[in-house]
Write a protein that binds this ligand. Structure first.
Ligand SMILES: Nc1ncnc2c1ncn2[C@@H]1O[C@H](COP(=O)(O)OP(=O)(O)OP(=O)(O)O)[C@@H](O)[C@H]1O
Ligand SMILES: [Mg+2]
Length: 246
């Protein structure tokens, strides 16, 4: 099983929308997917209660200490992809989820506030040495603002934009909101639309990145063992987590 975590402290950047979009694109590509909700807001559970289908199941995990066992159990149950949607802000559940990520996806709208807000998530992801990528979401269709935002994210990570900013960018389109109201993902709600095409393209980018990560993990280990710091496993309060990523 592979595990994707959607995380950034900025509220409303699209974590839940993208988790749902990617989940359905992955199912349509043959995966058995479990959506994991760590956000007490319950946006994912509410979406599932409006949904006319049972799949994908939404499973809440709120306690940081529950992740390891639940993920192992899902793996044994035949789930091939777990997608974890986290709450805005910084908390113990998010730091624990990131610990188990094969890929951490950090959504950002093309605004300075969203881009700046990715910094603490990036520190946490790097502390755990997890693969990551940014997703530019709710973008205009075109314009200089887009490449400026992508470059700013690349600079923040001090990495080449092409490896670290997922493509395509996800344009601001009503389909995303209408699909969620109907308990659907855009690839179900409007399968031939631009929004669905973008999400399928994003899934392909994410899948390639996951596979590249798996290939690296399969390589024989040479060199020193570098354990990630233990602190995030034991943070109990948002204040402790914030202190860790500060
Ligand atoms: N590409 C998009 N186009 C149009 N609307 C979008 C898009 N992505 C997200 N939205 C809308 O923006 C709002 C916030 O998105 P979402 O709930 O996914 O963000 P979030 O990061 O999960 O927020 P929170 O931090 O509160 O959990 C929702 O109303 C959603 O429908
Ligand atoms: Mg959300």
């Amino acid at each position: 099983m592979q595990t994707i975590v959607l995380a950034t402290q900025k509220g409303g950047s699209g974590k839940t929308t993208l988790a749902i979009g990617l989940a359905l694109a992955a199912i349509q590509a043959g995966h058995t997917v479990r959506l994991i909700e760590t956000d007490a807001q319950g946006t994912l559970s509410n979406w599932q209660s409006r949904r006319p289908y049972a799949e994908p199941m939404v499973e809440p995990i709120y306690a940081a200490g529950d992740f390891e066992q639940r993920l192992q159990w899902l793996d044994r149950s035949g789930v091939t992809l777990a997608i974890i949607d986290t709450a805005g802000g910084v908390n113990a559940a998010t730091t624990a989820a990131v610990r188990y990520a094969d890929l951490c996806l950090i959504p950002a709208r093309p605004s300075i506030a969203d881009i700046e807000a990715t910094a603490s998530t990036l520190s946490m992801v790097r502390a755990w040495k997890r693969p990551f990528a940014f997703i530019l979401n709710q973008t205009p269709i075109r314009g200089q603002r887009l490449s400026n935002a992508a470059n700013a994210l690349g600079e923040e990570a001090a990495l080449d934009v092409s490896g670290v900013v997922a493509t395509p960018f996800i344009v601001m389109r009503n389909d995303h909101q209408d699909a969620l109201s109907a308990g659907l993902a855009v690839t179900e709600y409007a399968p031939s639309s631009k929004s669905a095409e973008e999400i399928r393209g994003l899934w392909q980018w994410v899948e390639a990145k996951l596979n590249a990560g798996a290939a690296i993990q399969d390589e024989p280990f040479v060199g020193d063992v570098q354990e990630a710091p233990l602190a995030p496993m034991f943070v109990e309060t948002p204040a402790e987590a914030a202190a860790f990523v500060a």
